[in-house]
Design a protein around this ligand. Sequence first.
Ligand SMILES: *[C@@H]1O[C@H](CO)[C@@H](O)[C@H](O)[C@H]1NC(C)=O
Ligand SMILES: *[C@@H]1O[C@H](CO)[C@@H](O)[C@H](O)[C@H]1NC(C)=O
Ligand SMILES: *[C@@H]1O[C@H](CO)[C@@H](O)[C@H](O)[C@H]1NC(C)=O
Ligand SMILES: *[C@@H]1O[C@H](CO)[C@@H](O)[C@H](O)[C@H]1NC(C)=O
Ligand SMILES: *[C@@H]1O[C@H](CO)[C@@H](O)[C@H](O)[C@H]1NC(C)=O
Length: 523
Amino acid sequence: MILLHILWFACATLVFGLNIPIPLSSPPSAPLISQSLISFSIEQDRWTDWVGATTRNQFFFNVLVNLNQLTGAPPRIRIGADSEDHTNFNQAVQTTQTVFRAITATVPYPEALNITVGDAFYNAAQFLPPNTRVTWGLNLGQNNLTAAFLEAKSIIKAFSSPAIRNSGIVLDAIEIGNEADLYLSNGARPRTYSIPQYVKEWTAFATSTSSAIGISSSSSTKFWGIAFAGSSHSTSGFSPQSVINQGLLSSTAGSAIATVSQHHYSGSFCSGSKGLLQDLMTKSTIRGNLSAFSPDITAVRAKGLDYVFGETNSYACHGAPGVSNTAGAALWTLDYLLFATQIGISRVFFHEGIGYKYNLIQPVTLTRSTLDGSPLPSPLPPHVQPQYYGAVIAAEAIGTSGSTHAIELVINNAQVAGYAFYEGTRLVRAVFINSSAFLKSSANRTHVHLDFEFTGTGAVAPTVISVKRLAIGHADDTSGLTWGGESYETSDGRVSGSLAVEIDCVSAGVDIAATEVVSVSFS
Ligand SMILES: *[C@@H]1O[C@H](CO)[C@@H](O)[C@H](O)[C@H]1NC(C)=O
Ligand SMILES: *[C@@H]1O[C@H](CO)[C@@H](O)[C@H](O)[C@H]1NC(C)=O
Ligand SMILES: *[C@@H]1O[C@H](CO)[C@@H](O)[C@H](O)[C@H]1NC(C)=O
Ligand SMILES: *[C@@H]1O[C@H](CO)[C@@H](O)[C@H](O)[C@H]1NC(C)=O
Ligand SMILES: *[C@@H]1O[C@H](CO)[C@@H](O)[C@H](O)[C@H]1NC(C)=O
């Protein structure tokens, strides 16, 4: 059922508000937005819990398909991360064998210290939505070439099987090692570990893998390169610039790198200090966190390579309680995704692990708290967390055209970000985010009126707007959001409720409240 709130204000500007100039046609500088901008990185120790071990995990499938339906392409999936470097292969293993680190209040759902997989582990990719493109990580951390080789062989066997091929699921890339820039501090290598050693090891592993499974500069499966936790943003220390300078791309295997992957978190909860929700949401800190990578992106793109955030989320070590798991984080997700497109990041892979605080998706029933590990009074079935709404709104803004371009609008306000979306060159939508945190402890909620002023010529100015709102009680709520009146907090992960759209004259503008997202479709 569609519920239309039709507010027939006279078509004249009644309220004086913030004036938002919007170009009528897409400026030449507007980047093309990938239909799979919103992608996911999955901690591989519990991969078969995500996707399903012997039958499909229907909840995970549904929440991926929701995004697929909105953009016309499924999210891409990278499987790997910390446990990638603790995985060995054993042909005899039917069910993944895992040894987990100790459970603590800071990290209630730790990564596995040791994981042993067999063919079934990789075959489970058949349960992903049709046409999903997958990147899989190999173990470099333990420096065991045999382990990496056997994993690669099993991966290629899985992706050649009818179950995966017939579903159009493809192996996009292989990643070799997770965050090798941390090996010198996490014990995987001596303290003296350096870029030349890394380039030498990567090249040896990639050469062996490419001969095992046929990766080359002309194959459809390529390598993801680098996947570092941080970057010096310069040619000294660990960075894309450094490894490129030191010849990573020069070998035959290196010539099969098509994408550079960077990892990033805005802060860390590793030692239990959580930070403020408002800091995460703030427009300037989002821009600060992303723009720091601009020199890297320039260097990578100059080599003709794609650049992605292959693993990212709010706060490292699975998120901060009361910050990463809240409605405010949904606004962070949306602004982070959209601003990333403006500086040359093609895709953003949100990192997810079973029970992590910063998940968009909790795909299995949980029995202990994600916040402190305490036993839950009753089991918590699969569900989406607030950040998922940020992904849905971005997906809807991108749409299914395959030719969507977007620009950030110039808004002279420290708390409001806005983006305009064009299909081809035609203005179709805009999204506005007020990232001022309205908390349970806040006194009152203020609204500001936005007026639209179309700029440029060559296209007929729209006259009607359809408005959807992300309704949030408080920035520190952890559930109960609705997007255009509808909820994704359902037992099967599919949308439910009555769609609420406000239709009005363009000249009426819109109101936006603190901690709110408003999307405007123009016609
Ligand atoms: C990891 O697990 C495998 C299989 O359970 C076992 O054979 C191996 O010894 C373990 N390795 C370590 C380092 O614990
Ligand atoms: C390396 O991996 C292979 C293959 O699983 C295994 O047989 C071997 O024990 C591993 N070597 C070490 C030193 O762990
Ligand atoms: C990144 O974001 C965090 C808040 O999440 C903030 O504390 C930090 O200052 C930001 N970093 C930059 C470089 O802007
Ligand atoms: C909101 O609260 C502040 C103080 O908490 C007060 O000064 C202000 O008048 C209030 N605004 C409205 C519109 O009620
Ligand atoms: C965003 O919300 C804050 C807090 O209510 C308010 O001060 C600010 O003016 C708002 N900005 C806009 C443009 O809506």
